[in-house]
Design a protein around this ligand. Structure first.
Ligand code: FE2
Length: 381
């Protein structure tokens, strides 16, 4: 066990990371790539429900004979949705086993060769060595390693590429979007198997130079029935945060186990999208038909005493079902959607931060009780 992993629960580690230890120098999350059954439908969903703007397309019309793919953006958040044209595609195989889900969490770097060498020499498993794709718009460079389950981290260098997104993609110009104010990806959570959390924490530390920001044990995150443990890993510049969850022993089935039962491998559990105005964002999302988890009324009876004064209107917070948590640095507002595909696997979080860099520890219990109600309806508790 590393020194970091043995720190007491829920302690924020704010020591600066030396440049040497931050050997990856990740600039940002470049995109999240979903493998889905029907990219056309998925594009419509993210466009009309979440207000993402479709910006690029790749498919038969652009010379891509293998898969259809759409790129959508909201602020700095970029999602790519791809579906296979035939049963022999690796996208089809992935989708058949796992359902719709995140295949790639792509990270923008200056040097994909260095990123690949640094990570694979530290024990990262290569998915592909540095490669260049060229077209009329320049050179698009990538390399890739595996993380939990079948999920990949693709390193992307687009400095010498002036086209839209990547080779074979062409701009979409006729689709305007009504933004709901989703500005960027705040964090992406991975679910791993019982007993595997520390392995993946060490992986992010050793292979990718991340540090542990905080951790939550089963005393923080347990209900009468089920529990989970979580540690949050963060890269050198603090822009990339990856919490890792594992199930903990409880009276009944943990939500993490339910995920693993349906995704059939570790994978991305939720993507958190940040907004500057959660009341406006959630109001619009609800109007668009997005469904959120709802915590019991008792949550709001004690909320003012628990979090003190906040800038937002408490009635709006209550009516929309938004959750609030406070720590030493400030407060945050957050809300979670129901599963966004048929299988009870992935969901979306919307978050607004007012100083707090945490993840809503004070909401865990109420939230997981709400989640268990849904789990029970599915016969999976
Ligand atoms: Fe989250």
């Amino acid at each position: 066990m590393t020194k970091l992993a043995s720190k007491p629960a829920s302690v924020t580690d704010s020591r600066p990371m030396t440049e040497e230890a931050d050997f990856l120098q990740i600039k940002s999350i470049d995109h999240v790539h979903f493998y889905v059954g029907n990219a056309n439908h998925a594009m419509f969903y993210w466009w009309k429900a979440y207000g993402f703007k479709p910006v690029a397309y790749s498919g038969l019309e652009t010379g891509n004979r293998d898969f259809a793919s759409y790129v959508l953006e909201s602020g700095q958040a970029r999602f790519v949705l791809s579906a296979a044209y035939g049963p022999t595609s690796e996208i089809a195989a992935h989708q058949m086993v796992h359902g719709d889900g995140v295949k790639v969490i792509a990270l923008e770097v200056d040097d994909v060769e260095k990123a690949w060498k640094e990570t694979t020499s530290r024990g990262g498993k290569s998915a592909w060595s540095p490669r260049e794709q060229k077209d009329d718009f320049g050179i698009f460079r990538t390399s890739a390693i595996y993380t939990y389950g079948e999920t990949l981290h693709v390193f992307v260098d687009r400095d010498d590429y002036k086209g839209v997104f990547a080779p074979t993609y062409r701009p979409i110009k006729d689709k305007e979007a009504q933004s709901v104010g989703l500005a960027a990806i705040d964090h992406i959570v991975g679910n791993v198997q019982l007993g595997k959390m520390n392995e993946w924490v060490n992986y992010y530390h050793k292979v990718m130079g991340f540090r542990q920001l905080m951790h939550f044990d089963d005393k923080d995150i347990s209900t009468e029935y089920s529990a989970l443990m979580s540690k949050v890993m963060q890269n050198g510049n603090g822009r990339v945060k990856f919490p890792i969850n594992e199930p903990a022993e409880g009276k009944k089935k943990s939500q993490i186990e339910e995920y693993l039962d349906y995704y059939l491998t570790p994978g991305a559990q939720h993507v958190a999208l940040i907004t500057g105005d959660i009341i406006k964002t959630v109001t619009q999302l609800k109007e668009n038909g997005v469904e959120f988890l709802r915590v019991p009324e008792t949550y709001y009876e004690v909320l003012p005493d628990r979090v003190g004064k906040i800038d937002e209107d408490m009635k709006a917070i209550h009516d929309l079902g938004i959750l609030v948590d406070r720590d030493d640095e400030g407060y945050l507002l957050q809300i979670f959607t129901k599963s966004i595909q048929d299988r009870p696997t992935m969901f979306i979080e919307v978050i607004e931060r007012h100083g707090s860099q945490s993840f809503g520890k004070g909401n865990f219990k109420a939230l997981f009780e709400a989640l268990e109600l849904e789990q029970e309806k599915r016969g999976n508790l």
